[in-house]
Design a protein around this ligand. Structure first.
Ligand SMILES: C[S@@+](CC[C@H](N)C(=O)[O-])C[C@H]1O[C@@H](n2cnc3c(N)ncnc32)[C@H](O)[C@@H]1O
Length: 191
């Protein structure tokens, strides 16, 4: 069983999110994505961002942890489902696929697969909007070795982006420390 599939870890994360201000990232979405666009969120966790994004977009939330999905359904009627961010096994396309601090938990080879699968689920000219931790590229395991964190720098990200996607914007921002985070916005190339 993986880290976010354990009740105590989901509760810990939910408590940690109580005071989080997500407005910087949401604002960056709104700069690039027209209102009323369709949006799939991968790894929604507590659904804080999904609730904000639902004010302007037609959203579907998802997470691979049934626990986060069950908790969210107790507080909202928005559409949500269990979905793995690597395989993205869903028969729908979206204008935007959004993930906030999710894909750093994947091994790098799975991040590459995820980005290809995200592309397959984008409408023409759609975007992938993701955030990651910004630091020298390396992989670490935290929380007693139960949870993988991969830190990326811009040069590494540029090398692993599938050729069907192009970098539209790359923004550094600060969550806990100066420039500890990055937003990467990728756009599907026109056929
Ligand atoms: C650090 S939390 C971020 C949650 C939320 N995006 C936020 O900003 O608060 C990572 C989330 O990614 C989810 N996650 C991790 N690996 C995943 C995967 N392979 N597929 C889907 N979700 C995954 C976890 O269950 C958790 O909800």
């Amino acid at each position: 069983m993986s880290y976010f599939q354990k009740r105590e870890n989901v509760n810990l994360y939910t408590d940690m999110m109580l005071d989080i201000d997500n407005s910087f990232v949401i604002n960056e979405v709104e700069k690039v994505l027209p209102p009323n666009s369709t949006l799939l969120e991968l790894g929604m966790g507590t659904g804080l961002d999904l609730l904000s994004l639902s004010k302007k977009y037609r959203v579907l939330g998802s997470d691979y942890s049934q626990l986060f999905i069950d908790d969210f359904k107790l507080k909202s009627d928005l559409d949500v489902c269990v979905l793995d961010a690597v395989s993205i096994d869903i028969d729908r396309k979206f204008d935007c696929i959004y993930s906030n601090k999710v894909l750093q938990h994947l091994a790098t080879e799975d991040l590459i697969v995820s980005l290809s699968n995200q592309f397959r689920h984008l409408n023409e000219n759609g975007i992938t909007f993701l955030t990651l931790w910004n630091d020298n590229y390396r992989e670490e395991f935290e929380f007693d070795g139960q949870l993988r964190f991969v830190y990326y720098d811009r040069a590494t990200i540029e090398k692993l982006i599938p050729q069907e996607l192009t970098i539209e914007k790359f923004i550094l921002y600060s969550e806990f420390e100066s420039n500890d985070s990055m937003i990467v916005i990728l756009r599907a190339k026109l056929a």
